[in-house]
Design a binder for this molecule. Structure first.
Ligand SMILES: Cc1cc2nc3c(=O)[nH]c(=O)nc-3n(C[C@H](O)[C@H](O)[C@H](O)COP(=O)(O)OP(=O)(O)OC[C@H]3O[C@@H](n4cnc5c(N)ncnc54)[C@H](O)[C@@H]3O)c2cc1C
Length: 243
């Protein structure tokens, strides 16, 4: 019986584990992946984060390199592995939580590796686990090769010819820019894009957000709601230039 089970060994789960370890708590992290950093490892090859190193570091360990610079996804994977090693965080991999129930103060966590029990559970399983594929995708001719951004690695996966990138979040924007360098690329978006600079006066925009308190705005406040309504901006002007 554990005091706490943490589900997920991504940034959220590892940062939580850091603090649990600090107070010598009896806990275990369960993760369905085979190693730490899999969420990042599986993303497209050219992925460079739009958040600078200083804001990707977890508590207790600096992410080496220029603090206002942007890490590649491989750098993040390496860092997360180093983090687990440094703080000797207890993780059981290849263990997928499929069900959980709570009775008389005890959580029973069912996994593909058996049952675990604990007094508390922290769910840190991430927000990007299931790709959303719009229903119209199934009406498109079978001759058109379709791929979701979660399966996209690099342009070599695609057939020859032009390509339509559907969706204007940061993933769509980065993939469209990459493809536009080597083939005719069309871009479909449902609303006007808001662009923000990545860097202002040699400092990451997230540093300015932090200084002006924007990173800590309450999501239920007037300002918080206004930011959410606007949707995610595209960081940097590469897409604007490519268009
Ligand atoms: C393409 C892309 C680019 C991004 N770029 C940035 C960026 O530049 N900067 C930034 O700050 N954020 C970025 N994000 C968002 C960022 O990845 C997430 O906010 C962050 O990784 C969330 O961390 P997490 O620990 O909550 O989840 P994750 O890192 O997703 O970790 C969740 C963990 O839970 C495990 N898990 C899930 N379900 C189960 C289960 N049932 N049983 C056991 N284990 C389970 C998974 O294996 C995984 O290891 C990007 C996201 C995407 C998709």
């Amino acid at each position: 019986m554990y005091d706490t089970i943490v589900i997920g060994a991504g940034q959220a789960g590892l940062a939580t584990a850091f603090y649990l370890k600090k107070i010598k708590h009896n806990f275990l992290i369960l993760d369905k992946g085979k190693e730490v950093g899999e969420s990042w490892k599986n993303r497209y090859d050219s992925l460079v984060l739009f958040t600078p190193r200083m804001y990707n570091a977890l508590p207790g360990l600096t992410l080496e390199g220029e603090s206002h610079g942007f890490p590649t996804k491989d750098e993040v994977v390496k860092y997360l592995k180093q983090y687990v090693k440094e703080f000797e965080l207890p993780i059981q991999f290849l263990t997928e939580v499929v069900k959980m129930h709570h009775q008389e103060g005890i959580f029973t966590v069912e996994t593909n590796q058996g049952i675990f029990q604990s007094k508390q559970v922290i769910i840190a399983s991430g927000a990007f686990q299931s790709p959303r594929i719009p229903s119209f995708a199934s009406n498109i001719s079978k001759d058109v090769y379709q791929i979701h951004s979660t399966q996209y690695k690099n342009p070599s996966q695609l057939k020859e010819g032009n390509v339509l990138v559907v969706g204007g979040g940061n993933s769509g924007a980065q993939i469209a820019v990459e493809l536009s360098k080597e083939r005719e690329t069309l871009f479909a978006i449902s609303k006007k894009i808001t662009y923000l600079p990545l860097v202002i006066k040699k400092k990451s925009i997230f540093w300015w957000f932090d200084k002006f308190g924007i990173l800590k705005v309450n999501s239920n406040s007037f300002f918080g709601k206004a930011i959410q309504k606007k949707g995610d901006p595209i960081f940097g002007y590469e897409l604007k230039e490519a268009l």
